[in-house]
Write a protein that binds this ligand. Structure first.
Ligand code: C2E
Ligand code: MG
Ligand code: MG
Length: 400
């Protein structure tokens, strides 16, 4: 582990040596120790060897940036990267997704040509995030080390309001699991949920989440008043035949099954298709509502919509959130998803709504419900009522 006093290390990979030098000069001025690599041999030698951040050009003449990402992910899992390219926004956005698929953390993307001011801004932001734990005098542990400390009973829940677009009222919420490491702060569920699944603890996670949410729904009036409260269920739990009984036992004392939605993420494989179908059919026979989460990001989407008894289709936030690069294509996909959901008899929710124009457009398209930072970030049960009141105040201003 790095000593607390050293400078953060930046690796710059670009096939144009002059660009490497330029970035290197600015990065040194900002406070990085810089190493550069501009040909295959150099890259092969240095990539994944103890850098805090890697600034990677996607076009490298010989190898492409994607193969470098693969090597980096294999040698130094969870590395932080900045992606640089002269390609279109769309190609950079797909490279961003590929990096995330490999488990890399994308700190920023940067389109060439960039100005020195832009470059400096990006590097300053990167340096701030690379330095934080060391400034506290603590060396940054790897994600693996942090996750080893996870204790399931320490997990808590946050709730994000879901708003009905026809009248702007909060009608539901999604419960999202949270973990705060005692020394290193909050850790994203995107990191620890897959880890719990990999280590065979998705059942324990589900039991903890369902119990906490049921308890808080009984305790807090603002949660008890909702028509619907959604929890996320791992694909792995769908291959266990006792999942429906477990959920009924834990959830229905707090509210009837029809007032609960189970969100099943689409991007993960559902295990053996037959048993997943069996479990989901039994859940819907118990009157639980079922939502297909992250719609549009996984495989065999259409197939699942044909066979599984979903009641809601939730459009993935990647189509909704990225407004600065919101393309006409994204809107075509959203519009088609809304129409398809409706024609199949499903309610459609869009997640990741961050601003008014997007909200207005979704309303025009006939989307039923929205969720996103515009309404509220996920908050603890005790703050949920206030978050809803704040939204109602804004909403009554904007509709009158
Ligand atoms: P998800 O189920 O698709 O949850 C929505 C995610 O979008 C949440 O991230 C939420 O904080 C984020 N989000 C909501 N509105 C906005 C917005 O306007 N802008 C942006 N940028 N993001 C927004 P979070 O809480 O980090 O959760 C990430 C994922 O972790 C969830 O995605 C879900 O797949 C998983 N997860 C969370 N809680 C649980 C859980 O209790 N059990 C299981 N199995 N998975 C969970
Ligand atoms: Mg969800
Ligand atoms: Mg989602």
């Amino acid at each position: 582990m790095a000593p607390a006093s050293r400078l953060p290390r930046l690796l710059v990979i670009d096939d144009e040596r002059a660009i490497c030098e330029l970035i290197g000069d600015v990065a040194t001025a900002v406070g990085f120790e810089v190493q550069t690599a501009s040909n295959l041999e150099e890259i092969e030698l240095v990539v994944g060897r103890g850098h805090d951040i890697v600034m990677l050009d996607l076009h490298l003449g010989g190898p492409d940036g994607i193969s470098v990402m693969k090597t980096l992910a294999a040698r130094a899992p969870g590395s932080r990267v900045v992606l640089v390219s002269g390609a279109s926004d769309r190609i950079i956005a797909s490279a961003d997704r590929v990096a995330q698929m490999y488990g890399l953390e994308v700190l920023a993307t940067c389109q060439k040509p960039f100005s020195l001011t832009q470059l400096r801004g990006i590097l300053e932001d990167c340096r701030a995030s690379a330095l934080l734990p060391q400034e506290l005098g603590v060396a940054r542990p790897s994600l693996r080390e942090v996750l080893a400390d996870l204790v399931i009973p320490e997990l808590t829940m946050a709730y994000q309001p879901v708003v009905r677009l026809s009248d702007g009222k909060v009608v539901g919420a999604e419960a999202l699991v949270r973990w705060t490491h005692p020394n290193f702060g909050s850790v994203s569920p995107v990191d620890f949920v897959p880890y719990l699944e990999r280590t065979g603890r998705s059942r324990e996670l589900l039991t903890q989440v369902a119990s906490e949410v049921a308890r808080e729904r009984s305790e807090f009036a603002s949660l008890a008043a909702l028509d619907d409260l959604a929890i996320n269920v791992s694909a792995r739990d769908l291959s266990m035949s006792d999942t429906p009984d477990l959920l009924r036992e834990i959830l229905t004392p707090a509210a009837p099954a029809a007032a609960w939605t189970l969100e099943l993420t689409e991007s993960a494989a559902y295990g053996a298709a037959v048993s997943a179908l069996d479990v989901m059919t039994r859940l819907s026979l118990m009157y639980f509502a079922l939502s297909i989460d992250d719609f549009g990001t996984g495989s065999s989407t259409i197939d699942r919509l044909r066979f599984y008894p979903f009641t809601t289709l939730k459009i993935d936030r990647s189509f909704i959130t990225a407004n600065s690069i919101h393309s006409a294509d994204d809107w075509i996909i959203v519009e088609t998803a809304v129409e398809m959901g409706h024609r199949l008899g499903l309610a459609v929710t869009a997640e990741g709504v961050e601003n008014e124009p997007v909200l207005a457009r979704l309303k025009e398209l006939g989307c039923d419900r929205v969720q996103g930072y515009l309404v509220s970030r996920p908050v603890g049960a005790a703050d949920f009522g206030v978050a809803c009141d704040n939204w109602s105040a804004i909403n009554s201003i904007s509709t009158h």
